[in-house]
Design a protein around this ligand. Structure first.
Ligand SMILES: *Cc1c(COP(=O)(O)O)cnc(C)c1O
Length: 311
């Protein structure tokens, strides 16, 4: 998959800032911004810089992401899930704190302010909450001041709190799905998706418009008037909704590097086709692609050249 030179991906940094502020207001606790996977495709560098004054820190999957996004320059700390290094010197200069889930890692990374990752159901990247012996061994190292779990249900957050409230000063569990649940908020929230909602607009233009009425394309679809855009499977596009001249439209058929869209009588070559934005929501795209919001965002943001706006 590669970006199309004919597609523009507009990222609204002000919207991301207001999303962070809304999460802070709703939850009343510090926000740790999840900027893994290049901030879900929006660009971890520009995104993290734009919200540095509003967040308590960042969360990424690996060290490479923290380095590439220059998170050290934000002045905030970064939680790294899988650092793949047991050398504290690989973390501390970056303001990075490794997640740990065994006593060996906690010991090796004692001077990198390690954070305990607790498994409450995902069954990966964490010590099982039921394995009290292993948790005791990690805490005995004496370096852990913070613990988190990747919760999808309130009871997972509550279980973390019940087990560690008296032993670890800072606990967090909630991503986007649990922001509305007071019992899951604990001492911080860790949203990804919620920060990016409504911040991406993906547009292209009609390069051909044809009055047809006869079978067209591979599938032989028939519409009175169709247009062609220069985005296709190779750019990550799927059939689904779009918006042309303020009117709801459809992507009728997708090819490798182009796609057919349904057009109205007034639509002309050069007119803008919105693939995602105010009028075409991520939810609509998810329904059409039978995808998840995360995957839809990643594909949409990879479809063309990214540009950043403040307004
Ligand atoms: C990705 C991730 C999140 C954010 O999830 P969203 O549903 O996008 O808010 C939170 N915590 C952990 C540990 C994650 O890996």
């Amino acid at each position: 998959m590669s970006p199309s030179p004919h597609v523009r991906v507009q990222i609204n940094l002000s919207r991301i800032r207001s999303n962070v502020q809304a999460v802070g207001k709703l939850t009343g606790v510090p926000v740790i911004a999840v900027v893994k996977a290049d901030a879900y495709g929006l660009g971890a560098g520009p995104v993290s810089a734009a919200i540095a004054d509003l967040v308590a820190g960042y969360y990424v999957f690996d060290l490479r992401e923290a380095i590439q996004a220059k998170l050290a320059n934000t002045g905030r700390r970064t939680i790294v899930l899988r650092g793949e290094s047991s050398n504290p010197a690989d973390y501390t200069p970056l303001g990075a704190q490794p997640a740990v889930w065994n006593a060996d890692a906690a010991t090796a990374l004692k001077f990198a302010s390690p954070i305990l990752s607790v498994d409450t159901g995902q069954q990966r990247f964490g010590v099982s909450l039921e394995d009290r012996q292993a948790i005791d061994a990690i805490l005995k190292v004496g370096a852990v001041r913070e613990a988190f779990t990747h919760a999808t249900r309130v009871d997972q957050a509550s279980a973390l709190s019940a087990a560690l409230r008296e032993r670890v000063p800072v606990l967090h569990a909630a991503g986007t799905a649990l922001l509305g649940e007071p019992a899951a908020r604990l001492d911080a929230v860790r949203p990804g998706l919620a920060l990016y909602q409504g911040a991406v607009k993906v547009v292209t233009r009609l390069v051909e418009v044809v009055d047809s009425g006869r079978p067209a394309g591979y599938s032989g679809f028939i519409v009175p008037r169709h247009g062609v855009i220069l985005a296709g499977y190779s750019n990550g596009l799927g059939a689904g909704p779009c918006r042309i001249n303020g009117r709801a439209g459809r992507i009728l058929e997708v090819g490798m590097q182009s796609a057919f869209v349904e057009c109205a009588p007034g639509d002309r070559v050069g007119d803008e086709v919105e693939l995602l934005g105010d009028a075409v929501t991520v939810e609509e795209v998810v329904a059409a692609w039978r995808s998840s919001p995360q995957e839809a965002l990643l594909r949409m943001t990879a479809m063309g050249e990214r540009r950043y706006t403040q307004a």
